[in-house]
Design a protein around this ligand. Structure first.
Ligand code: CZF
Ligand code: MG
Length: 203
């Protein structure tokens, strides 16, 4: 079976990615499963640049495989888009999300509902053997809540509130989150882009 290596060290992402790509006739491997464990410096200025950096760095190490990368994060409008591309590094990579989430809620103290708008953004890059790169992007709009709610998902999900669903993304079941999410949308789009290349490799 064809392989796709997914250049991420984030287990929460990887779980969602496996579900969303389950219908492709390919085996999806994490970097760990592919025997690749390097730390890629994410020194790009945008989600798209960082996704390219991760996908191409890992593709070089595994030149026969299609390598995908996800660069994503949370943009809070009242904080001028913070934490943005620094979402994983916000307050330090090793700081717990309980603390990061409490800090963001604190920073929004006094900000009314209608100004608590935020979005998750996901950029996907697919680095193909031979050097071609395919790209996609997905977003989901929501608002920052007043307390953590729910235990599903990962990271900032407990404070990312979807007014039209009346719950946070951590309160959605995984299938529903994947249907609505930035990651779900970006990966569905990249699947369509990838289809001809996966077909080609089958022949
Ligand atoms: O609650 C969340 N639900 C999500 O669905 C989500 N998607 C992204 N994020 C945040 O954005 C960072 C990505 O940063 P990032 O793309 O650099 O990934 P990462 O460093 O965690 O792993 P890697 O893929 O780079 O190895 C993550 O760590 C999280 O803080 C999310 N938070
Ligand atoms: Mg990262």
């Amino acid at each position: 079976m064809k392989r796709i290596v997914f250049a991420t060290g984030n287990e929460g992402k990887m779980k969602e990615i496996r579900m969303i790509l389950a219908d492709l006739q390919v085996s999806v491997l994490s970097m760990k499963e592919a025997g690749l464990q390097i730390d890629v410096e994410e020194n790009g200025k945008s989600f798209a640049e960082n996704a390219d950096i991760k996908a191409t760095a890992i593709q070089k190490l595994s030149p026969g495989d299609i390598v995908l990368a996800d660069d994503s994060g949370l943009e809070i409008d009242a904080l001028n888009g913070e934490p943005g591309i620094y979402s994983a590094r916000y307050m330090g990579e090793d700081t717990s999300y309980r603390i990061k989430n409490a800090n963001l809620i604190e920073r929004l103290n006094g900000v009314p509902d209608e100004k608590r708008t935020a979005r998750f953004v996901c950029a996907i890059s697919a680095a193909l053997p031979g050097g071609k790169i395919l790209r996609s992007r997905g977003t989901i709009e929501g608002r920052i809540g007043y307390e953590e709610r729910g235990a599903n998902g990962f990271g900032y999900d407990p404070i990312f509130y979807l007014p039209e669903y009346g719950c946070s993304t951590a309160e959605l079941d995984p299938e529903t989150k994947n249907k609505l999410s930035h990651r779900g949308k970006a990966l569905e789009a990249i699947k369509e882009e990838l289809r001809p290349f996966l077909e080609e490799e089958k022949r």
